[in-house]
Design a protein around this ligand. Structure first.
Ligand code: ATP
Ligand code: ZN
Length: 296
């Protein structure tokens, strides 16, 4: 691949569970992704970046080698990769909140499981041999790990293995195959990666722009803007209740001496309970509104 060195290259899963959310994150960050006939890459109309559509398993390698400066991949794939490397040549910049799943050890319904010692001397089928081996090693259990590239949940029925160690989100696939989860090996979600290979000045600036936009999207997902009115004596208590708010703006209300408007960005969810508490503390006319864009 002869990459254009005046642009950033972002590795994304070509087709699969992370594809849509990865592209949506970039669209939310304001990138207009060009649709091209060539399905392996896509340009971005309003940003010097090129998207590379690859298999998720290749993303850690591409980012480590610096072929792509950025990438989006599941922690499951990344950690499995990392266990095979002497030292990471990438940096995890952010957890993205999608692609959530867990890597679980599961047993056939018929098998009794009484903790990790039940795994001793058994065979475990998995696509994540290094993570599975680490789990066993940390618990001092000796078992045989059988690497399979797919259809892991069939292994017990095919008598290839006693247990499986596989990705689960709802557990429906396990259940459909007569398996039940017994241990969680890893909780996973998609992350944004950046190569540790140094970037030249121009591209580090482009990278900083990308990051600040992605940070903005991630921050607005949770954040809300809250506005309320309060009397002077309740201000201290009210600002202490506001979840994840830094330095709220406090403005005197015109024509109502002793009354103030409080405006704040809350970095955490605001529940009805919080509103109730604010009201009890003396707040009135409370408004909570979503934030569309934010740049800190
Ligand atoms: P590729 O062709 O890119 O290698 P794949 O078959 O390995 O695709 P997908 O099944 O699309 O990958 O899953 C991609 C990632 O989505 C997983 O590595 C994981 O991080 C995440 N994911 C979220 N939920 C699940 C789930 N229920 N099962 C598997 N992966 C999940
Ligand atoms: Zn894959």
């Amino acid at each position: 691949m002869l990459a254009d060195r005046s642009r950033l290259h972002i590795a994304l899963q070509k087709s699969g569970r992370l594809s849509e959310s990865s592209q949506q994150l970039l669209r939310d960050a304001g990138f207009r992704i060009q649709t091209t006939k060539n399905s392996l890459t896509a340009g971005v109309e309003n940003f010097p970046a090129e998207l590379m559509f690859v298999r998720d398993d290749d993303i850690p390698t591409f980012v480590s080698d610096g072929v792509c400066e950025f990438g989006i991949v599941g922690q499951n794939v990344l950690e499995e990769f990392a266990l095979g490397q002497a030292e990471p040549k990438y940096e995890v910049l952010a957890e993205l909140g999608f692609g959530r799943c867990s890597l679980k050890l599961a047993a056939p319904e018929s098998l009794t499981y009484e903790g990790p010692q039940s795994l001793a001397g058994t065979r475990i089928a998995t696509s994540y041999p290094r993570l599975t081996e680490r789990f066993l090693r940390e618990r001092g259990v000796d078992a045989t790990v059988v690497k399979m590239n797919g259809a892991v949940e069939l292994a017990p029925r095919l008598q290839i293995a006693n247990f499986v160690c596989d990705l689960v989100s709802t557990g429906a696939t396990l259940e459909a195959n007569g398996l039940r989860p017994v241990e969680t090996v890893l909780e996973s979600q998609a992350v944004l990666l950046r190569t540790r290979k140094p970037l030249d000045e121009a591209r580090s600036q482009i990278a900083a722009g990308l990051l600040s936009r992605v940070d903005g999207v991630l921050a607005t997902k949770e954040s809300k803007y809250i506005m309320l009115n309060a009397t002077e004596d309740s201000l201290e208590q009210i600002t202490a209740i506001l979840p994840g708010a830094e330095a709220p703006t406090i403005l005197p209300l015109h024509g109502r001496p002793g009354h103030f408007a409080v405006h704040a960005v809350c970095q955490e969810s605001i529940f009805w309970e919080t509103l109730q508490k604010l009201k009890s503390a003396g707040a009135s006319a409370i408004l909570v509104v979503p934030i569309e864009k934010m740049m800190m």
